[in-house]
Design a binder for this molecule. Structure first.
Ligand code: COS
Length: 389
């Protein structure tokens, strides 16, 4: 039985605890089996569409994931949802998270017309969203983006390549960041909404992963979008990307926490059941010490994740530093917790299809995407030194 005592922490309101219970039950019954073992593009895409559709029609993409047209994110709802879904299945969390990330810039900076057009169908699970920031030569260094957007009358014309794009090939729209201004660096970027069927947008390749998820490289060639596709003002793209990541980085930490909790639960069960040298693993002090370290990492990660979410929701201030801390610590800790769980399982821990084996593959990408661990350290160090300067 997973530890639910953290739901009594003062970060949460009764509605959060109720949501966690409802979503937990729904993941166990309403999503059971979906996507499990899917590796080829067609079955992955079909599973993702179905997961999104079911999450949407059950109301789990409302408010938290995709705020109402005039609402703000409730990061605690987002984080709790991701933690809960990740504990069940990586793909459930992925589908949920991408609906939020792929509309985050629209939710936070979109015009009333953009919000009205894009958010309700994404919320209902009828439209799939994606966030296209990274490029072959610009992942960590966002200000080095080379995709261009040039004005042509009222329209914008996009040219360039985006890669590592989650939901690439599956999404109905992409939020694309491109260089629109002559100003170099961060100030020259803008954000656009590009519908998947826009001529000039091509899915160049799907990218196979150690933990399969839809991922692709996109190419834009003379891809023309109307003036109404611009989010915010020209030149605001970097700020839009960073503010969106400030919300979602905390939730990547939450997903890592869900994986870690699952690993801890699996390990504790194994330790009670497996006998070695004439007694259960759980009665060996080395096992107890390892379980203690895992539990400590899980709780420390939870404190950082829900602290960041609470600060954003309740204090309503910029949480760049807190979000970076939550993502950095929770993802690194989860990698260590899961590795310990594999070790406690012995040979069974590396057998394909065992829960701890899938968790071992699932967790690795979280230390890389939405800002590597190294980038989080730069963000935290910069924030601390900037405050003290
Ligand atoms: N919210 C709002 N504004 C922000 C911001 C944030 N979180 N972070 C930076 N800014 C502003 C800065 O205040 C600065 O504004 P001014 O020019 O008015 O002073 C501007 O944006 C540029 O900031 P900075 O100089 O820090 O930019 P850098 O190019 O040095 O980049 C990092 C900073 C490395 C932190 C940023 O590029 C980053 O987060 N990279 C990782 C991106 C990532 O997550 N990639 C994965 C792809 S998404 S799956």
């Amino acid at each position: 039985m997973p530890d639910r005592s953290f739901l009594d922490w003062p970060f949460f309101e009764p509605r959060h605890k109720a949501l966690a219970a409802r979503l937990d039950a729904f993941a166990a019954s309403g999503l059971a089996g979906l996507g499990h073992g899917a590796t080829d593009d067609a079955s992955l895409d079909a599973a993702c569409r179905e997961i999104v559709r079911r999450l949407g029609s059950a109301g789990f993409l409302d408010a938290g994931c995709v705020p109402e047209p005039d609402g703000a994110f409730d990061v605690r709802t987002l984080a709790l949802s991701r933690e809960t879904l990740a504990r069940h299945e990586g793909l459930f969390d992925f589908c949920f998270a991408m609906q939020g990330l792929g509309t985050g810039p629209i939710s936070l900076f979109g015009s009333a017309a953009q919000r009205q057009h894009y958010l309700p169908p994404v919320q209902r699970g009828e439209r799939i969203a994606a966030f296209a920031l990274s490029e072959p030569q610009a992942g960590s260094d966002v200000s080095a983006l080379a995709t261009t957007a040039r004005r042509d009358g009222d329209a914008w014309v996009l040219d360039g390549t985006k890669t590592w794009i989650s939901n690439g090939g599956l999404a109905d729209h992409y939020v694309v960041f491109a260089r629109s201004e002559a100003t170099p660096g961060a100030r020259g970027l803008s954000a656009f909404i590009v519908d998947a069927r826009t001529p000039g947008l091509e899915i160049a390749a799907r990218i196979p992963l150690i933990a399969p998820h839809p991922l692709a490289t996109l190419v834009f060639r003379d891809c023309r979008v109307p003036g109404s596709a611009l989010i915010g003002q020209p030149g605001e793209g970097f700020k839009i990307a960073m503010a969106t990541l400030d919300v979602f980085r905390t939730t990547v930490g939450a997903a890592a926490l869900g994986f870690a909790r699952r690993a801890l639960d699996e390990a504790a069960k194994r330790a009670r059941e497996r006998e070695v040298f004439g007694k259960p693993l759980a009665e060996h002090q080395l096992t107890q010490a390892r379980i203690a370290e895992m539990a400590l990492q899980v709780d420390a990660a939870a404190l950082l994740v829900y602290r960041a979410a609470w600060v954003k929701d309740v204090q309503r201030r910029r949480v760049t530093r807190e979000a970076a801390m939550a993502k950095l610590y929770a993802t690194e800790a989860a990698q260590s917790v899961i590795d310990s769980a594999v070790q406690l399982f012995g040979g069974m821990g590396v057998v394909s299809g065992m829960p701890v084996e899938s968790l071992y593959r699932e967790i690795r990408a979280l230390r890389i995407y939405e800002g590597t661990s190294e980038i989080q350290k730069l963000v935290i160090g910069g924030a601390v030194l900037g405050e003290r300067a």
